[in-house]
Design a protein around this ligand. Structure first.
Ligand SMILES: Cc1ncc(C[n+]2csc(CCOP(=O)(O)OP(=O)(O)O)c2C)c(N)n1
Ligand code: SF4
Length: 253
């Protein structure tokens, strides 16, 4: 007899087992998102957008309206959906290459406009789907396919601190946090608050999730967990970075 772990109700059962590699963090982030959607009872209102990259493997993950976009373009697509129908709960789901490299301008623009959407960005320190090239989030000294001697910060710069950047450029009403797949309960809490912030009409909400990619990191289970729990958190601080204060009613809102 096999014991099936409880799946969020909003998951699409027919598409399971999912298509991510064993040990991949994407499934854990999506589990946290699924639990948050269930707890808020918003399955019928969510429009989920997934980027190019391994995030696109989530295209049939949920029983919710879903759109798959070009690389880096999920944020503006979900912004458009939300502006056209303000009743929906728009969720833009992307990797660190999608959000901080090719789609960085969209993230910055949506954040500065305080768009009422929720963006969830999976930080696995490299480009997963294309075989492990250096990403904006690659750690100092980390070896990747395109930084074979390790990321040299003198010539390749420092990793992007995405949530800190978003917190700095958003106005009052934004919600910004960084969670990790090593603490799913906390990550679910951050994602739930980000969705609630959108439902309250406060402003942009953004959650970065520290995640695993054992395939490109070429790590076993123990080293995978050590990298995400110990190494990544030395540089990327987990926690809430910006929370909205009491809402001021402004003209025209
Ligand atoms: C416009 C465009 N440029 C480049 C690519 C090639 N490409 C596909 S996936 C990918 C990297 C994805 O990495 P990331 O966004 O970090 O997501 P992950 O796969 O790690 O989840 C790239 C560069 C593409 N599909 N479209
Ligand atoms: S390549 Fe990495 S990010 Fe992509 S599914 Fe496999 S483990 Fe996950």
């Amino acid at each position: 007899m096999s014991v099936q772990p409880a799946m969020p109700k909003c998951w699409r059962v027919e598409s399971k087992p999912h298509k991510f590699c064993p040990g991949c963090g994407h499934g854990l982030v999506l589990k946290a998102l699924g639990q948050a959607i269930d707890e808020l009872g918003i399955q019928d209102k969510v429009v989920f957008g997934c980027d190019i990259g391994c995030s696109l493997l989530s295209v049939d993950f949920f029983n919710v309206d879903t759109v798959q976009t070009h690389h880096g373009r999920t944020t503006p697509v979900i912004t458009g959906v939300k502006r056209a129908n303000t009743d929906v709960i728009g969720v833009a789901y992307m990797g660190d290459g999608g959000g901080y490299a090719i789609g960085a301008q969209h993230l910055v623009s949506a954040a500065t406009r305080n768009e009422r959407i929720t963006a969830i960005l999976v930080n696995n320190t490299q480009y997963g789907m294309t075989g492990g090239q250096m990403a904006p989030t690659t750690m100092p000294g980390q070896k990747t396919e395109t930084s074979p001697y390790g990321r040299d910060v003198n010539t390749m710069g420092y990793p992007t601190q995405g949530p800190e950047m978003v917190a700095a450029i958003t106005q009052e009403g934004a919600y910004v946090a960084r969670g990790t797949v090593a603490n799913i309960k906390q990550l679910k809490g951050f994602i739930k608050k980000a969705l609630e912030n959108q439902m309250a009409g406060n402003g942009f909400s953004f959650v970065e999730a520290l995640s695993t990619c054992p395939t490109n990191w070429r790590t076993n289970a123990e080293d995978t967990w050590k990298f995400v729990e110990q190494d990544m958190t030395k540089y990327f601080k987990v926690g809430e970075i910006k929370v909205p204060g009491p809402r001021e009613e402004k003209e025209g809102q």
